[in-house]
Write a new protein. Structure first.
Length: 227
C-alpha cells in the first residue's frame, strides 16, 4: 500500500496533486493545509473520501477507487493550542477514514493529522496524538490496522516521542530525509507516520515543490492478526 502525505502550505501546492498521485502510483493521499472547496472529486485513480468542513487550513483524504471501498469517515476536533484559540486555523485536526481492501477484505483505518504548530508544547502535541489514536481506534472497532500520517510539527526530541509511541503500542516511522527546510533553525522531520498493525517498509521524502514541506511516500503492508 502506497500512501502520500503532503502539507500544501496554505494550498500553494494544489497544482502538484494529480502528478504526484500518478507518478508515485498512490493508493491513498492525505493532505493538510488545503482549501477544501477547491479540491477536485478525483485525482486520476483516486477519489475524494472526505474533507474537513470548518477549517481555514483544511484536511482531505483520497483513496484509490478500484481498490478500496470507503466504509466510514469522520472528522475530529483535538485539544486546542493558544494559536488555535487566537487565529482559528484549524478546528478539526484529524480525519479518520475506514476502508475495506476489495481484494483481501481487510478493514483499515487511515488518518490524516495536523498537529498544533511549534508555538505549542510537545506535551500538547503528544496529547493530540494520543487523542487522535483513541478516536481512530474507536472508529475501527478496536481491531482494524491503523495508519496515521501527516504534519506532526515535532522536529525535536523525536526519540522521546518514539519511546512514548512504543509504550502506547504504536510504531513511529520517520522519513528518510528532513521534510521541512524553509528555516534553518526549524529544519527537521515534521511529516511522518504512526501505525498499529502495519509493517512500514519505507517513508520516502519526495522532491520539494511549491510547499515549504516536502511530500512523503509511505510504503506499508498490513499484518495478519497472528503476526
Amino acid at each position: 500500500m502506497r500512501v502520500i502525505s503532503y502539507n500544501l502550505r496554505k494550498h500553494r501546492a494544489r497544482g502538484e496533486l494529480e502528478a504526484l498521485a500518478e507518478d508515485f502510483d498512490a493508493d491513498l493521499m492525505c493532505l493538510q493545509e488545503c482549501q477544501t472547496e477547491d479540491l477536485p472529486d478525483g485525482l486520476g485513480a483516486l477519489r475524494l473520501a472526505d474533507t474537513t468542513k470548518t477549517n481555514r487550513l483544511g484536511l482531505a483524504v483520497y483513496a484509490r477507487k478500484d481498490r478500496f471501498s470507503i466504509t466510514e469517515t469522520k472528522t475530529f476536533e483535538l485539544k486546542k493550542s493558544l494559536h488555535d484559540r487566537i487565529l482559528s486555523p484549524a478546528h478539526e485536526r484529524l480525519i479518520g477514514t475506514t476502508v475495506t481492501d476489495n481484494e483481501t477484505q481487510h478493514e483499515l483505518v487511515i488518518g490524516t493529522f495536523h498537529a498544533a504548530p511549534l508555538t505549542a508544547s510537545n506535551s500538547l502535541r503528544r496529547h493530540q496524538i494520543n487523542h487522535a489514536h483513541a478516536e481512530l481506534l474507536n472508529l475501527g472497532g478496536g481491531t482494524s490496522a491503523t495508519l496515521m500520517v501527516g504534519d506532526f510539527n515535532y522536529p525535536f526530541f523525536t526519540r522521546n516521542l518514539n519511546n512514548h509511541m512504543e509504550q502506547s503500542g504504536y510504531d513511529l516511522s520517520l522519513s528518510d530525509q528532513r521534510t521541512y527546510t524553509r528555516y534553518i533553525v526549524f529544519r527537521g522531520h515534521f511529516d511522518f507516520a504512526t501505525s498499529q498493525g502495519f509493517k512500514v517498509e519505507s517513508v520516502e521524502t519526495l522532491p520539494r515543490g511549491d510547499s515549504d514541506h516536502r511530500p512523503i511516500l509511505i510504503t506499508a503492508e498490513y499484518l495478519q492478526a497472528n503476526e
